[in-house]
Ligand binder design. Sequence first.
Ligand SMILES: Nc1nc2c(c(=O)[nH]1)N=C([C@H](O)[C@H](O)COP(=O)(O)OP(=O)(O)OP(=O)(O)O)CN2
Length: 138
Amino acid sequence: MVYVSRLEHFNAAHKLFNPNWSMSKNKEVFGPCANTNWHGHNYELIVTVKGKPDPDTGFVIDLKKLSTLIRKHIIEKVDHKNLNMDVPFMEGKLASTENLVMEFWNILAPLIAGISKAQLHSLKLYETPRNFVEYFGE
Ligand SMILES: Nc1nc2c(c(=O)[nH]1)N=C([C@H](O)[C@H](O)COP(=O)(O)OP(=O)(O)OP(=O)(O)O)CN2
C-alpha cells in the first residue's frame, strides 16, 4: 500500500455553543470559543488516500483529480462560511473540529471510491497550528 496525501485550506467562522445549555454553562465549558458574535480559524485539511500505484500511470490516485474533488465537495461548502449557520451538513451539530472531520469523511469516502481504486485512509484537520484532529473512519 502507498499512502498519498493532499493538503487543502479554508477559513471559516464558528462558535462552540450547546443550545441545550444556558449561556453561562456554555461560557464555562467553551470559554471564549462560545463568544456570541463568532470567531474564525484558518483550517488546514490533509486528505490521505491509500492504494497500489496503477502500472500505467504510477499513481495511486491523480492528485489533481483528488484536489478538484475536495475543493468542489468540501472547500466550496465551508470556505468563508459560518459553520453554525451556512453549512447544511453541520446543521444541528456542534461546530467542533471532531464533528467537522467526521462529516467530511462521510462526504469524501464514497466520492474517492467513485473516481479511483484507492480508498480514503485518514483525514487530518487543523483548526489552529496547535489544535488538530485525525479521523480514520471508525
Ligand atoms: N476537542 C476540541 N477542543 C476544542 C476545539 C475543538 O474543535 N475540539 N475547539 C476549540 C476552539 O474552537 C478554539 O477556538 C481553539 O482555539 P485555542 O484554544 O485558542 O487554540 P490556539 O491553538 O489558537 O491557542 P493556544 O494559545 O495555543 O491554546 C477549543 N477546544
